[in-house]
Design a protein around this ligand. Structure first.
Ligand code: PCA
Length: 204
């Protein structure tokens, strides 16, 4: 059975919730059939998030690592293809720091690609009737930071890892007027499917 580490993020920028945290907690409660699932919630703080992720990888020795984050404005489950070596925040992280124009890893490659089977994951989620797509930018805030740190940490290993951005949930509409949303239950189902595809056990 593949060991999977799944992470979400706490709320940030004054928001009351983060759907990525709710998805991770829902799947931690139910488990995902056929995989040995380990979960954690990361702080939306540049250095602390990546330090904690590296610690969790050491602790759990996962075969697969999938990190989730909220992407307001997106209407589909968004499978990120590329992480770039750039921290460039437009808003403060949850420690109050606004890091700009800094590499994620000094001397690291300019970018890393996902090592998840993202096209199969998109196809499987879509065939369950849930909106999904590929993305070529995870931005330059803490989500891209964690994605780049993850790919850098696992470089040269045979582990599969990557990042998925998720839409807002309808409960956030009052805070994010006019932005697209997707119900939490659909998001949870999509991520369970994605995990099972990554683990090679999705019966498509
Ligand atoms: N989304 C932010 C950081 C945490 C989160 O859930 C991002 O896209 O960078």
């Amino acid at each position: 059975m593949k060991r999977v580490l799944l992470t979400g993020f706490e709320p940030f920028a004054g928001a009351s919730l983060n759907p990525s945290e709710l998805i991770v907690k829902a799947l931690a409660a139910t488990g995902v059939a056929g995989v040995d699932l380990h979960t954690a919630i990361l702080p939306v703080v540049f250095t602390e998030s990546s330090e904690l992720l590296k610690h969790l990888i050491k602790q759990h020795q996962p075969d697969i690592v999938i990190c989730l984050g909220q992407a307001e404005g997106r209407k589909e489950i968004s499978f990120e293809r590329v992480a770039i070596n750039l921290d460039d925040a437009r808003l403060a992280d949850n420690a109050g720091r606004t890091i700009t124009d800094q590499p994620v890893v000094d001397g690291g490659h300019p970018a890393h690609f996902t090592t998840l089977p993202v096209k199969e994951m998109v196809a499987a989620v879509r065939s369950a009737g849930i909106a999904a797509g590929l993305s070529t930018t995870a931005g330059t805030f803490v989500c891209n930071h964690i994605f780049y740190s993850l790919q850098h940490a696992l470089l040269g290993t045979h582990k599969n890892s990557g990042f998925i951005h998720v839409p807002l949930v309808p409960e956030q509409s009052p805070e994010f007027e006019g932005q697209p949303t997707m119900p939490l239950a659909q998001q949870v189902e999509a991520i369970a499917i994605a995990i099972r595809v990554a683990a090679g056990i999705h019966e498509a």
